[in-house]
Design a protein around this ligand. Structure first.
Ligand code: CA
Ligand code: CA
Length: 506
């Protein structure tokens, strides 16, 4: 067989779907494969350099600031480099300037835009839906000097002595701990021994406090400071860690026990200042309460173990006026993904699930196959003998390194016609990211992004007669070919992500 071109089908079908891209299928073949290398080639001299992590929750600066305002002087040569923080499609563009970086797909890859600062602008991710989701911030051309210096803060005092609200004594003096999360919470290293190595805490002084970090997030407890008088109208403290309410810092009015302010982290490790307006409480007594009631059994069902079930804290200081921090953690920046909708009848066995299904009149249902005979089915097809070919998608959604795929193709057969698939055969194993299957034209066709594979097959013995052969590359792994159909001497493929329908003629 010759190489098969992928012409745009005249019945090209566009289906509305979340994260629909705009590229058309005939451009896919030319899309270069995303490179894992994280090297920025641009070596031009720049006056100002910014680095941001790109995620669906926003662009994050190294100091934790979400969608930070990036500043430059008029005429400065500026470079903004983004690092993809997840396995998603992201880029960065400037709205007025009309400048756009290359598009990233793999986690850890980088792209940048370099330009001369002329006027203030808006930076954002051009992938449809991402700007609305929060990937947008300001670029500001400023007059004069660019300074992020803020006024100095002061430790609260008691009986003329500064309180240990920054932990610089290396002890829990002036604090009382309950539970086990704060038995040895002081850390003097960055990266911290109880956090992941790629996390930066950015604490002040010699010590900061953590209720267990990402290593011991299951611990719970409370740490309460001694009461002290509000001596200045503003305060700021540094916090990071979980965004759920059960890991939080509270400021409490002494005597009444009324919580006058609270803040969680935002699901990141870097400590960020939170500013509190204490004007209504001037000269009153308050205390600080640091709470970790999170065991890591997440309220979010798709996060099995929540490593953010901890809180980090440092340095509570008073300020005479409202301090300005470039990486201030504002409450609007704390985003908590909503829990999934509850699923009716979740967790039933295959037999029980079949019993509770609602069917149209005249229909009946019986169980054909269930776990553990079949696990993670992602696609199937029926051959001319009425047998079911099912792909188990163990690799999806993250592609395995070349040669380390874990997907399997199983053939099921109902040998006595009672509706139960009583015979099972493994046709192939070790496949990578298979999302579509069809049987016909002398073998088995697989959509295994970024490839369209053909396995020549002896259907008398149901065994491959050769290695999988690639008939096309669609350029990127996120184009999942589904709904393969052999008919009329051709192969039809539907594609997810870039929604389209292709017709491939032999
Ligand atoms: Ca400290
Ligand atoms: Ca915890």
């Amino acid at each position: 067989m010759k190489n098969i071109p992928i012409p745009m089908n005249r019945f090209c079908l566009l289906i509305s779907f979340l994260f629909v891209g705009l590229a058309l299928p005939n451009s896919m073949a030319q899309t270069p494969k995303a490179k894992p290398a994280a090297v920025v080639q641009d070596t031009a001299k720049v006056d100002r350099e910014y680095a941001l992590e790109a995620t669906m929750l926003g662009f994050f600066a190294k100091d934790g600031a979400r969608n930070p305002t990036l500043k430059a002087k008029k005429g400065d040569r500026v470079r903004i480099t983004i690092t993809n923080g997840e396995l998603m499609t992201h880029d960065i563009a400037l709205e007025k300037l009309g400048l756009k970086s290359k598009t990233l797909q793999e986690k850890g890859t980088r792209a940048s835009i370099t330009f001369t600062a002329d006027k203030s602008d808006t930076y954002f991710c051009t992938v449809p839906g991402h700007r609305a989701a929060g990937m947008v911030g300001n670029f500001e051309v400023v007059e004069g000097s660019i300074s992020d210096a803020t006024i100095a803060g002061q430790l609260p005092t008691k009986n003329g002595q500064p309180l240990n609200l920054n932990f610089e004594t290396g002890t829990l003096k002036d604090w009382t701990a309950t539970g086990d999360a704060f038995t040895s919470p002081l850390i003097d290293q960055d990266p911290s021994p109880v956090h992941e190595k790629d996390m930066t805490i950015g604490f002040a002084g010699k010590y900061f406090l953590s209720s267990g970090g990402t290593a011991n997030y299951k611990l719970t407890g409370t740490l309460t400071s001694v009461p002290f008088t509000v001596a200045q109208p503003f305060a700021a403290f540094r916090v990071s860690g979980g965004a759920l309410q059960d890991t939080r810092v509270e400021l409490v009015q002494a005597g009444t026990d009324k919580v006058i302010f609270h803040s969680t982290g935002q699901g990141r490790a870097t400590l960020q200042p939170v500013v509190v307006d204490l004007q209504p409480y001037l000269n009153q007594e308050i205390f600080i309460r640091i709470i970790d009631n999170e065991t890591g059994i997440s309220q979010i069902p798709y996060i099995a173990n929540d490593k953010w079930a901890h809180i980090n804290f440092d340095e509570f200081l008073f300020y005479p006026t409202r301090p300005n921090f470039p990486n201030e953690l504002k409450q609007k920046d704390i985003i908590i993904l909503p829990p999934l909708d509850p699923v009716l009848h979740a967790g039933l066995s295959g037999t029980e699930a079949a019993k509770v299904m609602t069917l149209p009149n005249g229909f009946k249902i019986s169980l054909a196959a269930a776990e553990p005979d079949i696990v993670k089915p992602i696609c199937f097809t029926i051959d001319w003998r009425g047998r079911l070919w099912v792909v188990e998608g163990h690799t999806y959604p993250v592609p395995a390194p070349e040669g380390q795929g874990r997907d399997r193709i199983l053939i099921f057969e109902d040998t006595n016609g009672d509706g139960t698939l009583d015979k099972k055969k493994v046709f192939a194993e070790g496949l990578n990211l298979v999302s579509g299957i069809e049987v016909g034209m002398g073998g088995v066709w697989l959509g295994a992004a970024p490839y369209l594979l053909f396995i020549p097959t002896d259907f008398k013995t149901d065994t491959p007669t050769g290695a999988p052969k690639n008939y096309s590359t669609v350029g990127e792994r996120r184009i999942h070919m589904k709904s393969l159909i052999v008919s009329d001497g051709g192969l039809m493929a539907g594609c997810m992500v870039r929604m389209a329908c292709l017709r491939i003629r032999m």
